[in-house]
Each structure stands twice: as C-alpha cells, then as structure tokens.
Design a protein around this ligand. Structure first.
Ligand code: SAH
Ligand code: SF4
Ligand code: F3S
Length: 453
C-alpha cells in the first residue's frame, strides 16, 4: 500500500493515502454521483484504483430500476464479501438507489457490508467512512430528501473532455411502474448561476462538452424563484461558458416545449439530439402508466422538433409487457417505432418494482411472453436505427473525438452532434478535438468515416 502523507484542506491533519475501488450501475445520474463520491473521498486521502484487489474501500453504487439490476447488486456483494475475507480491514460501502430503498435490511442480506448510505446524503460519505474505520461498527445512514441547501460537492471526473453536470435532482411524476421517485425524492433544481459557473470552469480547463443531467431535465427551474426553464439555461451556458457542445438528458415529453427547442436551435453549442422516452406507443397503456400524454401529443412534439431542426436525432425508452398490455397494444408500440423513425431506443421488459402500483396489478404478463415481445421490438428498433444511420452516408459531420475505438489499432472514436458513434482512422493526438469526417459506412449502432484534412 502506498504510504504517501498528504494534508487535506478540510481537517488539515496528515492522512494516509488509501485506495478506493468503485463500481457503478444504472443511469448517468449514478455515474455522476460516483464522480462526486471520488471527489469527496479524495479530501480524506482516498485515491481511485482500478484494481479491486488493492482497495481499502470498495463502493457499490447501485440501481433499482429493474429486478435484474437489484439482483446483480446482491451477487456482487456476495463476491465482494468473499474477497474481503482475504483482505481483512477492507471496508465495503453501498450507495445509490438500492441502498436508499433497502436501508438496514441490506446489512442482513449482505453480511460483508460496512456502510449503507443513500442518494440524498453523498456529502456524508467521508464522515461515514472515518467513523466506520474508527469504530469498526456497521453504519446505515439515509435521508428522506436532499438537504434544503444543496451542498456543493467536490468531483473527480472520469473524462477530461465531456462532463456530466447535474441540474435537477429527483422526479415529481408518479409513473405507475417506476421506483425512481421513491428512491430519488422530489425535484430540486440547482440555480442557474451555480451551474453556469461550473461549466465556465470546465470550459476553462479544457472540457469540450457538457451533458446537463436530471431524471426529468425538461422540468428544470420550475422550483426556482424566479421560475426559469431549460431553454433559459441552455442560452446562458451557450452565451457565457465557452463550452463547445451542450447536451441534456433525460427529457419528459410532457415538459418539453417550443422554447426549449428554439434554444437548441439558436444556441450554436446546443446539440440537436433529443432523448424523449415515450415508453409505449399505445394510448390505453400510456394512460395506465400515468405518463400524462397520448401518442398524438408525442407525435406533435417530434414534428415541432423536426420543423425547427430537420436533422435532429430523436431517441427514446420503451417498456414492453406492461401489466395488461395486449398483443394489439404491443403492436401499436412496434408500429410507432417505424412511424417516428427513432434513431435509437432503450428497450426493456416490464419489471415489477416495490412501492409501485403496477406491481400489484393482476394481468402480469408471463416472462416468456415479455421476452418474446422484447426480442421482436428489438429487431424493429435495430432496423429502424440502421435506416436512420444510412442517411448519414456521404455526409460531412463534425465529431468530438473521445478516445480509442475498441475496434482495433489506429481506430479512434467520436460522436456526431446527434450522438452517433463514429469510428475512423486517426492519431491519439486528436482526442478532445472537434474534427470533420466523411461518413463511408454504417451499421445500426455506429458509423464509419474518413478524416477530412
Ligand atoms: N425519467 C425518465 C426515465 C427514467 S428511468 C422518463 O420519465 O422518461 C429510465 C428508463 O427505465 C425508463 O425510461 C423506463 O423505460 C425504464 N423503466 C423504469 N421503470 C421500469 C420498470 N419497472 N420496468 C422496466 N423498465 C423500467
Ligand atoms: Fe420514473 Fe416517470 Fe419519473 Fe421518469 S418521469 S423517473 S419514468 S416516475
Ligand atoms: Fe437506476 Fe437510480 Fe438511475 S434506479 S436508473 S440508478 S435513478
């Protein structure tokens, strides 16, 4: 173990450098939270390691969105517990959405766990770790809501090019299948000033792209006074920060409006990419999901986007096998994928979740049937994505180079403004650059291109 001594700004006592290994499941919000955990732990002398074997502290940041994600948590914790026996003194901490839900019961189900903390008290992690180290006791600490004054939390980002910036936490909707409001609490926006300052700093140190994050990013600002919306924020970030690309994720169809679309159109840095989960292409299903819109409403939104930004990419999330979904209703979803022509879609079989009404409804669809519908939907999504991608053939596109492609020697990877993955031959020195490429080939998931000099 490294024995470097450093002084932290916070308690100015010399601390031993230790190492932390972190594994993150779930959405971008969780990934961003993990970066903040690393920032917080750095202040008490923990540095990230990619080697689980040498970690003094192991953190699992968990996702509860589907049963499978939750099962994965307990199987990881079982393996981590075995590892811990070979390395006494290692601490295991569990955070994120499963921890927020399970709380104390996690200590029984996962014997090796030392610390359980939730989604609302990340800022407490250093104290909890120090306390566990000192006392050897197991700790569970959860808050029901975020603190009134949002603490500004240090961060160590994994990318030096593209940064996640949370702008709103929580979700005020109550979709009948979804556990997120239960584990993430009510909507709470960060102020525009704080967000713009953060992005100015990111731009100043060389970041090229930010993704404005929230479970429901299109609801941004309704809880601030004066009220603002995402369009205002995009305009300010565009005008003041110097960042080259602005993205946002995830939008709710009900909250997106033409002002937000206009901001994306007018602000050069704002990328013409809209991720708008529709969940189902059938009105009765949408009503029972309590989504607050029907298919026509969604069609109109896509129309409004395409009127302003004809080349915009539109992606979505879809659930199949919602309780009571008939074959005909399922086919309405399939047909809508083709009709809208989604650039991509995250698809999932409905999974009953605790604390959600739909989990207790009769007419649950058998697993086999759900999986069959999922396979069929996926084949249509793949075909539709490929059609969208083929339209890029021969185009000149600006891409932001992110790094080496996994596809082999000399292959680099970047993304178009519409978030398409592009593989091309080029040098490592291009990482972080915005370059023009000509698209030469496509498949459903990515584009191939030649660099234009
Ligand atoms: N706030 C976003 C989505 C957040 S959850 C929105 O409202 O659109 C991410 C995705 O997980 C959802 O879009 C949904 O497709 C999926 N999901 C949520 N709960 C699920 C469940 N119980 N079973 C299957 N998929 C689910
Ligand atoms: Fe879940 Fe619905 Fe909130 Fe999205 S809007 S996080 S699907 S409750
Ligand atoms: Fe999963 Fe929690 Fe995100 S449940 S999808 S990690 S908000």
């Amino acid at each position: 173990m490294a024995s470097v001594i450093s002084t932290t700004p916070k308690n100015s006592q010399p601390v031993q450098i230790k190492s932390v290994y972190i594994e993150t499941f779930g959405c971008q919000m969780n990934k961003s939270d993990s970066e903040h955990m690393l920032g917080l732990l750095d202040e008490i002398g923990f540095q990230q390691t990619a080697e689980m074997k040498e970690a003094d502290l192991m953190i699992l940041n968990t996702c509860a969105i589907r049963e499978g994600a939750e099962d994965k948590v307990y199987s990881y914790l079982g393996a981590w517990n075995k590892h811990k026996k070979t390395r006494p003194g290692t601490l295991i901490a569990v955070g994120g959405c499963v921890a927020q839900d399970a709380g104390k019961s996690m200590l029984e189900r996962a014997p090796g766990v030392d610390i359980v903390f939730g989604t609302h008290n990340l800022h407490r992690l250093p104290d909890l770790v120090l306390q566990a180290q000192k006392t050897g006791e197991r700790i569970v600490e959860l808050l029901q809501e975020l603190p009134e004054d949002l603490p500004e939390i240090p961060v160590i980002r994994q990318s030096e090019i593209s940064a996640w910036v949370s702008i709103i936490y929580g979700c005020d909707y109550n979709c009948t299948y979804c556990i997120v409001p239960y584990v993430r609490g009510r909507e709470k926006s960060r102020t525009m000033d704080i967000i713009v300052d953060e992005i100015k700093e990111l731009s100043a140190v060389g970041y090229r792209e930010v993704t404005l994050l929230g479970q429901n990013v299109t609801a941004y600002g309704h809880d601030l006074s004066p009220k603002v919306h995402l369009g205002h924020l995009i305009e300010r970030v565009g005008a003041e920060s110097g960042i080259k690309r602005i993205r946002f994720l995830t939008g709710h169809p009900r909250d997106i409006n033409t002002e937000i679309m206009d901001a994306v159109k007018n602000v050069e840095a704002a990328c013409e990419y809209f991720h708008l989960p529709i969940q189902a292409g059938d009105d009765r299903t949408l009503r029972r999901m309590a989504r607050g819109y029907n298919v026509d409403f969604y069609r109109r939104i896509v129309e409004q986007i395409r009127e302003r930004l004809p080349n915009a990419a539109v992606t979505t999330d879809l659930i199949v096998g919602f309780p009571g979904e008939t074959q005909e209703e399922f086919m309405n979803t399939v047909n809508l994928v083709e009709e809208i022509g989604f650039d991509a879609a995250n698809t999932a079989a409905y999974s009953p979740r605790p604390h959600t009404p739909a989990a207790n409804w009769e007419q649950q669809i058998p697993t086999e049937e759900k999986n069959e519908r999922l396979r069929f939907l996926n084949s249509v999504v793949t075909e539709t994505s490929h059609k969208c991608n083929k339209r890029y053939l021969g185009n000149t596109e600006q891409i932001l180079v992110e790094g080496r492609s996994q596809k082999g020697e000399n292959r680099m990877m970047g993304r178009t403004r519409t978030n398409k993955i592009v593989n091309f031959e080029g040098a490592d020195s291009l990482v972080g650059e915005l370059v023009d490429v000509r698209i030469t080939a496509t498949n459903p998931w990515a584009l191939r291109a030649d660099l234009i000099n």
